[in-house]
Design a protein around this ligand. Structure first.
Ligand SMILES: Nc1nc2c(ncn2[C@@H]2O[C@H](COP(=O)(O)OP(=O)(O)OP(=O)(O)O)[C@@H](O)[C@H]2O)c(=O)[nH]1
Ligand SMILES: [Mg+2]
Length: 229
């Protein structure tokens, strides 16, 4: 495990997982990396409770950091039940909704994520659903216009998920490209083909997580080299 990515002259590296799959990958990275600012952001409160990192919930009304302490989580659950507060359940594959939520709350998302204190922000998402595909380009655009270094690593859906999700994923990539300094597109399907029939979905996603990890390392080391010049 690599422990220290920072040196004295460097600020923070922020890696932000956007949407359900982005959060899963950030959870995987959490076991591998120290001293980076790992964050998950989603509009799906139930899923977000599974985050191992700082977790930011985006709903129509607000942007909040979910409590990580188990007692506070239970307390929030009970309060929501008592006051019949509905949990937010994501964007249901609606990219426009993901984009809308991110655009509406971009300043607060940036503040809670600590972008201003980051030397570089790496955006992680699995495209094809609503929140990740809609919100990631909005965040990338904000970073670009704020003059912050940014990269993105995203997946596109499996062909078996259907043309609508595939088209949504590919349009998301085209939008994202406009705002990032560099990006990688990882094809989930490639891992399926490489491993024929003998792989569980968990192992497959872990393999994808490992590829994200190596691509991130390349970027972090690259930024060190350019910072030393
Ligand atoms: N590699 C990988 N891909 C995933 C994972 N989870 C989902 N995917 C892929 O990502 C696509 C989008 O799923 P999510 O990330 O759950 O979608 P979302 O951004 O949360 O969008 P909504 O739930 O519609 O708001 C899926 O269609 C899959 O192709 C994961 O854990 N790992
Ligand atoms: Mg979701």
């Amino acid at each position: 495990m690599i422990k220290n990515f920072k040196n004295k002259n460097q600020k923070q590296i922020t890696i932000i997982g956007i949407g359900g799959g982005g959060q899963n990958i950030v959870n995987y990275l959490h076991n591998r990396m120290h001293n980076v600012n790992l964050i998950s952001i989603n509009s799906d409160e139930q899923i977000l409770h599974l985050a191992k990192t700082k977790a930011i919930l985006v709903t129509d009304n607000n942007v909040t950091i979910l409590p990580q302490n188990k007692v506070l989580v239970l307390l929030k659950f009970l309060t929501d039940k008592i006051f019949a507060i509905k949990q937010s359940l994501g964007c249901g594959g609606n990219v426009n909704r993901g984009r809308y939520l991110a655009e509406k709350h971009i300043e607060k998302i940036a503040k809670l994520s600590g972008f201003a204190d980051s030397d570089k922000v790496i955006l992680i998402s699995t495209f094809g659903g609503g929140f990740g595909t809609g919100a990631t380009p909005v965040i990338a655009k904000y970073l670009k216009t704020s003059g912050l270094k940014n990269s993105a690593i995203v997946t596109i859906p499996f062909p078996f998920e259907g043309q609508i999700r595939m088209n949504a994923g590919k349009s998301g990539v085209n939008e994202l490209k406009k705002y990032v300094e560099d990006y990688d597109i990882i094809n989930n399907e490639q891992f399926m083909q490489d491993n024929a029939n003998n792989i569980t979905i968990k192992d497959l996603f872990d393999n994808v997580g490992e590829l994200f990890y190596t691509r991130i390392l390349l970027r972090i080391r690259g930024s060190y080299v350019s910072d030393r010049r």
